[in-house]
Write a protein that binds this ligand. Structure first.
Ligand SMILES: *[C@@H]1O[C@H](CO)[C@@H](O)[C@H](O)[C@H]1NC(C)=O
Length: 347
C-alpha cells in the first residue's frame, strides 16, 4: 500500500493530479503558505514603538487637560440650605406640606469670565433612574402614536387613574418628572434661560409625537413630580424628554436650559429657586450647575490623565529598555541562551 501511494504521488508536482486521486487540491491556504507578518522584535523596534506611543499620547493628554481646565463651572448644592432653618429637623414634612414656602434665593459669584452659551444643569444624587422596575415603567408606543393611548400594558403602576382613564404619558419615569425651577437675575435684571433645544433632536422628531397630548397626568392623590401643560404636544415638552432619557448612574446631571450672554468675573448672580422636588425621602442631594464647555465638552480631567498616564508609562518603558540595552547588550538570537545549551555548558 505505502509503496503504491508513493508511486502515485511520486512525480506529482509536474503532472496534473489524477482523476480519482485522494490528494487534496492544492491551495496556498490549505498548505499554510499565505504571506504573513513575522516581525522580529529587535530592541530598536521595541524602544521606538514605545517612544512613538508616548510622543503621540502625552501631547493629546496635555491638550485634554488644558481644555478641561478652561471650563468654568459653578456648583451650588441647595437641598439643605433651601429649607428654612427652623424646619430642618424634619425636611420631609417641609417638602410634603403644600403650604410651606418653597421659594429660595441663592447668590452665586462668577469665579472667571464665562463665555456663552452657559449650560444650566440640575444634578441629582442617590437617584437610581436605572432601577429595573423604574426603567421599564414607560410606554414608547404611547409616546409615539395617539392610537396606543389606551392600550398600554407596560406602565404599571402609573398606567390608569383611579377611575380607569389612561394616563398620558404613563409610567413611573414620567410621573417622577423633576419639578424644581430656577430663574436668574444679575443687577436686578433678568437673565433669560433658553429652554428650547435642550433635548435630542431625534427624540423630539421620532420618539415623542407632536400629536400626543398629556392626559390625566399627575391627577392622582400622590403627586410624583412636575406637571405638564395639556395643550402642548409631547414633542414640545422638552423637560419631560430630557427626564425620560434615563441616566445610567445614580449621580447624574440633566440639562435645564442655556444662558446666552457672557458673564464676567466676580459678577453676582441671584438665583430664585422653587425647591419642590422631594429628594428628602431617599436622602438625595440636589445641585444647580452652571457650566461652559470646551471642544471636549464639560469639565472632566479623566481623559487627559488617562492619556498622560499611558504615554508616560510607555516613555518610562522605552527609557528602561534603552538603559538595559546599553548596560547589558546581547546578540539577537544567540543560541548560547537556549536552556539546553546553557545546561550542557554547566555540565
Ligand atoms: C413637585 O414634586 C413633588 C414630588 O417630588 C410633589 O410632591 C409636589 O407637589 C410637586 N410640586 C409641584 C409644584 O409640581
Amino acid at each position: 500500500m505505502s509503496s503504491n501511494a508513493a508511486t502515485t504521488s511520486g512525480g506529482g508536482d509536474s503532472h496534473p493530479p489524477r482523476r480519482n486521486s485522494k490528494r487534496p487540491k492544492y491551495s496556498r491556504f490549505t498548505q499554510q503558505e499565505l504571506p504573513a507578518c513575522k516581525p522580529i522584535l529587535t530592541p530598536q523596534w521595541v524602544v521606538s514603538a514605545f517612544l512613538l506611543i508616548s510622543i503621540i499620547f502625552v501631547p493629546i493628554g496635555v491638550a485634554c487637560l488644558l481644555a478641561s481646565h478652561d471650563v468654568v463651572e459653578i456648583i451650588d448644592q441647595y437641598e439643605t440650605e433651601c429649607v428654612p432653618e427652623n424646619l430642618r429637623g424634619d425636611k420631609l414634612a417641609f417638602i410634603q406640606d403644600p403650604r410651606t414656602e418653597k421659594t429660595c434665593t441663592r447668590i452665586l459669584t462668577v469665579p472667571k469670565q464665562m463665555k456663552q452659551p452657559i449650560y444650566v444643569y440640575y444634578e441629582l444624587d442617590n437617584f437610581y433612574q436605572n432601577h429595573r422596575r423604574y426603567v421599564k415603567s414607560r410606554s414608547d408606543k404611547q409616546l409615539q402614536d395617539p392610537e396606543y393611548e389606551d392600550t398600554i400594558t407596560t406602565c404599571d403602576p402609573e398606567d390608569k387613574t383611579g377611575t380607569g382613564a389612561p394616563i398620558v404619558p404613563c409610567g413611573l419615569i414620567a410621573w417622577s418628572l423633576f419639578n424644581d425651577t430656577y430663574s436668574f437675575s444679575r443687577n436686578k435684571k433678568d437673565l433669560v434661560v433658553n429652554k428650547k433645544d435642550i433635548s435630542w433632536k431625534s427624540d423630539r422628531d421620532g420618539k415623542f409625537s407632536d400629536k400626543v397630548f398629556p392626559k390625566n397626568f399627575q391627577s392622582g392623590t400622590l403627586i410624583g413630580g412636575g406637571k405638564l401643560d395639556p395643550k402642548k404636544p409631547l414633542s414640545e415638552q422638552e423637560d419631560l424628554i430630557v427626564w425620560m432619557r434615563t441616566a445610567a448612574l445614580p449621580t447624574f446631571r440633566k440639562l435645564y436650559g442655556r444662558i446666552e450672554v457672557d458673564l464676567e468675573a466676580n459678577e453676582v448672580i441671584q438665583v430664585t429657586l422653587e425647591n419642590n422636588y422631594n429628594t428628602y425621602s431617599f436622602g438625595g442631594k440636589k445641585k444647580l450647575v452652571l457650566s461652559t464647555t470646551s471642544w471636549l465638552g464639560g469639565k472632566n480631567n479623566f481623559l487627559g490623565v488617562a492619556y498622560i498616564t499611558v504615554g508616560g508609562l510607555c516613555f518610562f518603558l522605552a527609557m528602561a529598555f534603552i538603559v538595559v540595552y546599553l548596560i547589558k547588550p546581547r546578540r539577537l538570537g544567540d543560541p548560547a541562551y537556549l536552556s539546553w545549551n546553557r545546561n550542557s555548558a554547566g555540565n
